[in-house]
Design a protein around this ligand. Structure first.
Ligand code: MTE
Ligand code: MO
Length: 443
């Protein structure tokens, strides 16, 4: 998709009166508590001028639309609904910076600049797989739980789906989300910089229920989760996490998982880096220690300033990004815009989001849209009357533990920033030029 085609019009929907009302809510423009006094103030003329220049007033009554003059398409009773053909640009895309020559260990990114609300449609959930997507027949699939247990057990999919289940809203983020941001070549769009991020309602069975059933030997501390794909991707998970909130997920967004997201069964670790949510799950082995797998030594570790590498940094710390306006978009002249974006934290809820318009010199409070849920995407909104001068915009989130999303410099103090950086949650700026062009402004 060429994001260059995405243009941002100043807000112009609705009646001029409604528009003026919205204007009044902008940037704390209401000094007095009465809207009337704002409307009678000097700002009214400016607001009215903006409305006139962006709404296209009509003189004649409405024509009958061509689509009203004939019957539409018939329903497709046995079909699966698809987005409008006019939305064909909204797709998952591969990386534009680091293009693999093969598709097997690869990833595709969610177009978060086009996501409305907090739920990612199933067909747009980002993909990350180490050896391609297996096609697994649920009738043949089994999950085994073994190791330091009283009674090793085997579960078919129909066994598992007979258990009571839970449905939870959570984000999922790959630890490599943003990993190209530190390189000299920058990604253009927010899909490329932050699109290894999705959020949906996950349905499955809590791991703890099955662990209770098999019974743990004393001394059990770690669990191996292993996938049935060509990479046999696996992770060691501490028992505490498994007992606390880990899920065996078979559905997302109201339907069975898509093949690329782990059909028919995956692990899901709320708030933790995506690679701990092992897809195509085939076994859980209980032990008294971690396995120190490739994914825990050669990969998914963080270089520290003292030259050592940190293992098992699985919680995704608080982060946010502006998705609108964002890289590759084109603003259509001065006027009202709504800055929008997402904030999330692997350690709790989002408490607040601040917006800067001047590259971090001053900050203002954004509105958080309900629902604000634990370890879930939270949408923030901020009304901005752009005066047409160059701006550097960014968001900064604070979570319920009090953790403040760091600046890039603050992050670089705590970690050695080299090569592909994992767990990059630095404050991310976009530059808006006088001509309205929006570009990646990471230094
Ligand atoms: N079996 C298996 N599980 C896996 C992977 C994999 O390659 N194989 N990739 C992991 C990584 S790195 C991430 S970020 C998430 C991505 O899940 P998604 O493709 O559903 O977005 O799955 C994880 N689980
Ligand atoms: Mo990942």
């Amino acid at each position: 998709m060429t994001e260059k085609q995405t243009t941002l019009q100043p807000i112009s929907r609705g009646s001029p009166e409604k528009y003026t009302e919205r204007m009044a809510l902008e940037e704390g423009a209401i000094k007095s508590s009465s809207r009337r006094s704002f409307l009678s103030g000097a700002a009214t003329a400016a607001a009215a001028a903006t409305v006139a220049s962006t709404t296209g007033a009509i003189a004649a009554p409405l024509d009958v639309q061509p689509s009203s003059k004939s019957m539409g398409r018939t329903t497709v009773p046995n079909g699966y609904g698809l987005p409008s053909k006019f939305e064909a640009d909204v797709t998952r895309n591969r990386s534009d910076i680091f293009v693999n020559k093969q598709n097997f260990s690869d990833w595709s990114m969610t177009p978060i600049q086009h996501q409305q609300g907090i739920i990612t449609p199933n067909g747009l959930i980002f993909e990350r797989h180490h050896a391609g997507i297996p096609d697994i027949d649920p009738d043949a699939h089994e999950l085994v739980i073994h190791g330091m247990v009283k009674q090793a057990m085997k579960y078919s999919m129909s066994d598992l789906m007979r258990y009571p289940s839970v449905s939870k809203f959570h984000f999922m983020e790959c630890s490599g989300n943003g990993l190209t941001d530190w390189l000299s070549v920058k990604s253009d769009t927010v899909q490329q910089t932050h699109g290894l991020l999705s959020c949906t309602q996950w349905t499955g069975v809590p791991v703890s229920w099955l662990l209770d059933e098999v019974g743990l030997d004393s001394g059990a501390k770690w669990l191996l989760f292993e996938g049935a794909d060509g990479s046999a991707h696996a992770r060691s998970i501490p028992l505490d996490k498994a007992m606390d909130d880990a899920l065996l997920v078979f559905a997302s967004g109201g339907e069975m998982l898509r093949p690329e997201n782990g059909y028919p069964l995956r692990a899901f670790m709320p708030g933790w880096e995506g690679n701990t949510s092992v897809k195509w799950l085939r076994r859980i082995k209980v032990s008294d220690q971690p396995w120190h797998l490739r994914s825990e030594t050669a990969r998914y570790t963080d270089p520290m300033p003292d030259g050592k590498w940190r293992q098992f940094s699985m919680e995704m710390e608080c982060k946010s990004v502006i998705t609108n306006p964002s890289g590759g978009m084109q603003m259509q002249g001065p006027g009202m815009y709504e800055i929008q974006g997402f904030a999330w934290s692997g350690l709790g809820k989002i408490n607040s989001v601040d917006i800067t318009l001047d590259g971090g010199k001053t900050w203002r409070t954004a509105d958080l849209e309900d629902p604000v849920m634990d370890r879930c995407l939270t949408r923030f909104r901020y009304r901005w009357n752009w005066d047409g001068s160059p701006a550097k915009i960014a968001s900064r989130a604070v979570d319920s533990t009090g953790y403040v999303q760091p600046t890039v410099a603050e992050l670089a103090d705590k970690r050695a920033i080299v090569g592909f950086v994992q767990h990059h949650n630095g404050i991310f700026p976009w530059a808006v030029s006088e001509s309205g062009e929006v570009t990646n402004a990471i230094a």
